[in-house]
Design a protein around this ligand. Structure first.
Ligand SMILES: Nc1ncnc2c1ncn2[C@@H]1O[C@H](COP(=O)(O)OP(=O)(O)O)[C@@H](O)[C@H]1O
Ligand SMILES: [Mg+2]
Length: 252
């Protein structure tokens, strides 16, 4: 690993049949950095998050996390190593409480999550404690025992963030965290995401709202047709002619 990188992707290639979904993608994220991944619809942003978290295996290239080659590690293993994530579409259980949802997410259905939820197994109490702390961290400690069905969109997004944090994440990947969130709740979520980034925890987010991107991003990475078109300081990237052309006809 190069000095200062938490995550390093080198020459990632991912194809589905003849379609090149990601081509030669290389990037680094430093500890504590907030990187926004932007690009037109279909550019490959969600796929890139899947590659980083291990739900998709690239045909070639490597993924190094905290100095360790995790290219062949599965998603649960990577999550245990501190790579947390949220998904573009909501995946919470409406009829369960916030605490139950987060406890389930902590172990994952293949690990101790269900046992923890049912209160069996030696680590059930530990799991619930961790889930409670994670909910406190996103400001929902007081609602831990309410059902998820009673929450606003913004609160649901916060529960999803709590799940991504619960196994002790050193990096969180957020796929369109503002989707479905009403305008008046956006500043609160922006503040939460800022708070997630600490000297040791990095954040990578996919976001379409440019005002949000510009408030949060230390650095922008622009994907276009599965390739990194530009990266760097937000001001420089936004003024890049190629980026402006790529976005023609789309809201930037
Ligand atoms: N499972 C799949 N099968 C076929 N094509 C896919 C699959 N997943 C993604 N793609 C294609 O890969 C490209 C990138 O998709 P995606 O990563 O979802 O883009 P983004 O998140 O930037 O909108 C799109 O052209 C999409 O149609
Ligand atoms: Mg997407």
């Amino acid at each position: 690993m190069s000095a200062g990188s938490a995550l390093e992707l080198a020459d990632i290639q991912y194809r589905i049949g003849a379609a090149r979904i990601l081509t030669d993608v290389s990037l680094r994220i430093a500890p504590g950095e907030i990187v926004c991944l932007i690009g037109p619809n279909g550019a490959g942003k969600t796929t890139l998050m899947n590659v980083i978290t291990g739900t998709v295996q690239p045909q070639s290239g490597s993924i190094t996390w905290q100095g360790r080659d995790v290219t062949r590690h599965g998603p649960h293993h990577r999550s245990r190593l501190g790579l947390g994530r949220t998904f573009q579409t909501s995946y919470l259980f409406d009829q369960l409480t916030l605490l139950e949802n987060v406890a389930l997410g902590a172990g994952g259905p293949h690990a101790s999550g269900f046992r923890g939820l049912l209160g069996i197994g030696a680590n059930a109490r530990h799991l619930r404690e961790q889930a409670g702390e994670s909910l406190e961290m996103v400001g929902l400690g007081a609602k831990a025992h309410q059902r998820v069905s009673s929450l606003s969109h913004a609160e649901r997004r916060k529960v999803e963030i709590a799940i991504s944090l619960v196994s002790g994440a050193d990096m969180v990947l957020l796929d369109e965290p503002m989707a479905g969130v009403s305008a008046e709740d956006v500043p609160d979520l922006v503040e939460l995401i800022q708070r997630l980034a600490t000297p040791t925890t990095s954040v990578m987010l996919v976001e379409h709202h440019m005002d949000v991107v510009l408030q949060l991003a230390h650095r922008l990475v622009v994907l276009h047709h599965g390739e990194v078109l530009a990266e760097g300081h937000p001001d420089d990237v936004m003024n890049n002619r190629e980026v402006q052309t790529a976005y023609m006809g789309e809201e930037l």
